[in-house]
Design a protein around this ligand. Sequence first.
Ligand code: GDP
Length: 192
Amino acid sequence: MSNSDVAKCPKSMLPEYAFIGRSNVGKSSLINMLTSRKSLAKTSGRPGKTQLINHFLINKNWHLVDLPGYGYARVSKSSKKVFQKFITQYFAFREQLVTAFVLVDIRHTPQPIDLEFMQWLGENGIPFSIIFTKADKLKPKAIENHVKAYKDILLETWEEMPNYFVTSSSKDIGKEDVLEYIDSLNINMKTN
Ligand code: GDP
């Protein structure tokens, strides 16, 4: 189901997991890897296309939610940076959300908008994990260094590093880790 309005998202109370990041981070490729489909999520979306919230029902058990890329909304007469209403409303209204996955391209140094988005999630009490994408582009030592750069900067404001996953959709890396994590949270919710 695809929606441009949070109010029209599925009424189902199945647990859901939202995937979000800047455009081109590799979100569609990651979703296709996780679901073993070639083109469930459309890769390389054109900028400016309609922003949709896509719900995919997985194994009749949980929803994978493909959220549009985040950016700052234009707020006139104010220099305050806020994320698009579309995105903030999703997080405000979806009680079914178990956790968000914030995707970050592992090749780059920590980017302010990604850090600010994580900060915003934290301030709003929304649990999240980080998914580093495109790990095939770096050597193991560089992966370690780039993850550490994130750790160092996040630990300036957080007590601990959020849960994180290192993935590559081209090389099929990290798929089982992410899926097992989601399964473990689903099982936890059933037993609690
Ligand atoms: P989205 O805009 O976040 O949905 O990103 P896409 O999945 O469309 O990917 C953006 C670009 O990055 C495309 O050219 C993909 O082929 C490439 N890409 C995505 N994931 C990977 C990956 O794991 N490794 C490499 N090397 N390239 C990737």
